[in-house]
Design a binder for this molecule. Structure first.
Ligand code: PEP
Length: 255
């Protein structure tokens, strides 16, 4: 039985004071609860220390949205996994579609970043998923398989515990358009089968694969009921206390 994860990607929202309010609201909403899974919030870098003061580990883990592929030195503007750990993070998102799209990040960089995350003792959340044009051309499965094959076998020390996967169809991110539960299940199964081929059946069975793309309280339960969906990576709906808590509540109910 895999533990679910509900992760919030705050993106370029929430400075320190708004972030503390949001994180504290989530913590308070979960006070006294023993969750069946894990909750995670990923604020912007500058908000991480403030949020660390109110959420750092069970029941709400703290993560970053990105990290450097370098450990230290003359890399202006970069933040290493080691520094994130020191600031209180336990998780780091890698390869979000917005970084693929706007920063033109590549498989080589993803491998280097995930290795740095692991070397610092943190958990990487590796995002992948097809564009609308790729789905319309009938290539969604091949794209996802290639994204997984381009990174996973090259990561030096991946385990199901230190590498979480997040299938995020790009056409569903921030668009209000959600994959149907059938599409989500199908693509998660395709992904899990690909992981079986790349890293073996034990890894694939234990791997947590989150769904991301306009997930909200009203559709979370249906998505999370699918056998290969192990929770969600949430953008917009992670910015409101009641919505994020509503999604966690859905996970608690069905998983
Ligand atoms: C995301 O960017 O990871 C995401 C899932 O965003 P949203 O929930 O807003 O679609």
């Amino acid at each position: 039985m895999r533990r679910y994860m509900v992760a919030g990607n705050w993106k370029l929202n929430m400075g320190p004071s708004a972030g503390v309010e949001l994180a504290a609201g989530i913590q308070n909403g979960l006070a006294g609860c023993t969750l069946k899974g894990d909750a995670l919030v990923c604020p912007p870098y500058v908000t991480i220390p403030a949020v660390a003061a109110v959420a750092q580990g069970q029941p709400v883990y703290l993560g970053a949205q990105n990290c450097s592929d370098q450990d230290q030195g003359a890399y202006t503007g970069q933040v290493s996994a080691g520094l994130l750990k020191e600031a209180g993070c336990s998780h780091v998102l890698v390869a979000h579609s917005e970084r693929r799209q706007y920063q033109k990040e590549t498989d080589d960089l993803f491998v280097a970043k995930i290795d740095r995350v692991h070397a610092a003792g943190l958990v990487a959340v590796f995002c992948f998923g097809e564009l609308l044009e790729e789905r319309q051309a009938g290539n969604a499965e091949d794209v996802v398989k290639a994204q997984l094959a381009g990174v996973l076998p090259r990561v030096a020390s991946a385990t199901p515990e230190n590498l979480i996967l997040a299938y995020e169809p790009v056409w569903a991110i921030g668009t209000g358009e959600t994959a149907t539960p059938e599409i989500a299940q199908h693509m998660h199964k395709v992904s899990r089968d690909a992981v079986t081929g790349l890293l073996g059946p034990d890894f694939a069975d234990a791997a947590r694969i989150l769904y991301g793309g306009s997930c909200k309280p009203s559709n979370a339960a249906e998505l999370f009921s699918q056998p290969d969906v192990d929770g969600g990576l949430i953008g917009g709906a992670s910015l409101k206390i009641e919505d994020f808590l509503g999604i966690i509540e859905a996970a608690e109910k069905v998983m």
